[in-house]
Design a protein around this ligand. Structure first.
Ligand code: GLU
Length: 478
């Protein structure tokens, strides 16, 4: 099969939800494909039957789509390199396994899990790198037959020679491994299922992958994989290993740092554009100092060489900052659509809001939303049956000067005939009548009308609430 030049892939194992670290790997591959006019391929690595689940596969695809990452070939789309689930490619692995047997690079290994674990522990105790020490490599024909008669089913290991593996990593530069120190590795399990390292080589080769871009935790795997390429006489792709996403304590980002799944950020009301922007540029310098960049510009500026070698620190506060900016800059119609789908997804009943009322509220609070979920508090704030005074607001309203401000406001608003009170005129009159200004004037009004000490501009709040709601709220207090 002849493939076009640039082909990259994202190859998740559906054993959990899409983690932001994996989402970043997907993004870097996708950006590379879009930057250089290549293809982005989605492959599902589902050979671990015990840990794999269909629901995770569905969710991963769904989260990628939500983020705005599209693929050119994949399990749901087909394409010239398919099938795109490893579980559907077993025949291919079997054929390649035969080739490795034919070039005499495999041997059967009869060691049990327990024996391997004991060897591993012993090596660690002697401060040596854990690896397979080659116990089954030199078994005689008779010894193998005896083990088989005992009912042991072998796995197959790759026989590493006195060789080195060298390659030029597109991010990390020149890499070199002393292969003999790695230990013979498993290529096929006793169940016949290929190991990760073997399946990946077969797939990347057969799918015409030109560049493998993945996390640095796969560096040793790359050495193993290059040995397989060499043994099979395949041309290897280029490799780029990016740094991993770390928590603020510089440990690999994990659940103990808080939310890590794309799904969680989605259900907490982050905009996909904000998450995509943040994950694309974190730990890289190709943004050239600009942080807020639309997708099209990120694609134009993308450069593998400018992905940092050091870890990329995931800072949720920074992501929140990105999100608030994206919300603020959104076209209100788009934001309203996002809010509707968010509230629907979270099961919030917003049927009592007419579309015009809903948009009026959104436009009033757009600048105050950190996440989409913040809208819930604001919907409640504008609802006469749900609005409540916070403790701070209650305390503020107990003060005598607060009450005189409210009384003045009450008298003035009562005199206004229009339903939509003219905020400027009202405030001006109350200021003159009470002699208060600044915080002493605005805070009691804000506390009484919104129940809180901060929030959207009061003028906007007045416009959304209308005269009767404002009067009702002040009456309850005074
Ligand atoms: N399924 C592997 C993972 O999720 C893919 C690694 C690779 O890109 O080769 O880590």
């Amino acid at each position: 099969m002849v493939f076009e030049k640039t082909r990259v892939r994202f190859a998740p194992s559906p054993t959990g939800d899409l983690h932001v670290g994996n989402a970043r790997t997907a993004l870097l591959n996708w950006l590379f494909a879009r930057r250089y006019g290549g293809s982005f391929i989605l492959r599902i690595e589902d050979t671990d039957q015990e840990r794999t689940s269909k629901i995770f596969e569905t969710n991963i695809l769904d989260d990628l789509r939500w983020l705005g990452i599209d693929w050119d070939e994949g399990p749901d789309k087909g394409g010239q390199g398919g099938p795109y689930r490893q579980s559907e490619r077993l025949v291919l692995y079997r054929d390649c396994l035969k080739k490795l047997m034919a070039v005499q690079r495999l041997y059967p290994c009869y060691c049990t899990e327990e024996e391997l674990e004991a060897e591993r522990k012993a090596l660690i105790a002697r401060k040596m790198m854990p690896r397979y020490m080659g116990k089954c490599r030199h078994l005689t024909f008779e010894a193998r037959q005896k083990l088989e008669r005992e009912g042991r089913k072998p796995s197959y290991r790759f026989k590493i020679g006195e060789e080195t593996v060298e390659f030029l990593d597109l991010i990390r530069g020149s890499m070199r491994f002393d292969a003999a120190a790695l230990g013979d590795f498993i290529v096929a399990r006793s169940t016949g299922i290929p190991s990760y390292n073997f399946a990946v080589v077969v797939d990347d080769h057969c799918m015409g992958i030109s560049h493998v871009i993945r996390g640095e935790d796969h560096l040793t795997n790359t050495a193993f994989q290059l040995l397989i390429y060499r043994a099979l006489g395949y041309n290897p792709p280029s490799f780029a290993h990016h740094s991993l996403v770390l928590g603020k304590d510089r440990a690999k980002l994990s659940k103990r740092h808080g939310a890590v799944a794309v799904r969680e950020f989605r259900s907490r009301g982050f905009l996909p554009e904000a998450l995509l922007n943040y994950l694309s540029l974190m730990g890289s310098s190709f943004g050239e100092g600009r942080e807020i960049l639309p997708k099209e510009d990120i694609i134009k500026k993308f450069s593998l060489e400018r992905i940092g070698k050091g870890g990329a620190i995931f800072d949720e506060d920074k992501l929140k900052w990105f999100n608030a900016i994206y919300i603020r800059q959104s076209d209100p119609r788009y934001l309203i659509q996002c809010l509707y789908s968010f509230l629907q997804q979270e099961g919030y009943d917003f049927s009592r809001y007419s579309p015009s009322r809903f948009s009026q509220i959104v436009e009033a609070v757009q600048d105050n939303l950190g996440t989409l979920s913040d809208i819930v508090e604001y919907l409640d704030m504008f609802d006469d049956h749900k609005y409540q005074l916070s403790d701070e607001a209650k305390q503020m309203l107990r003060e005598e000067n607060s009450l005189s401000v409210l009384r003045a406001l009450y008298r003035t608003i009562g005199k206004q005939s229009a339903d939509e009170p003219s905020y400027r005129t009202l405030i001006e009159t109350v200021r003159k009548e009470t002699g208060f200004q600044g915080k002493k004037l605005y805070l009691p009004i804000r506390a009484a009308i919104t129940g809180r000490m901060s929030g959207p501009e009061l003028g906007k709040v007045f416009a959304v609430l209308g005269k009767s709601s404002i009067i009702k709220r002040i009456e309850e207090i005074i």
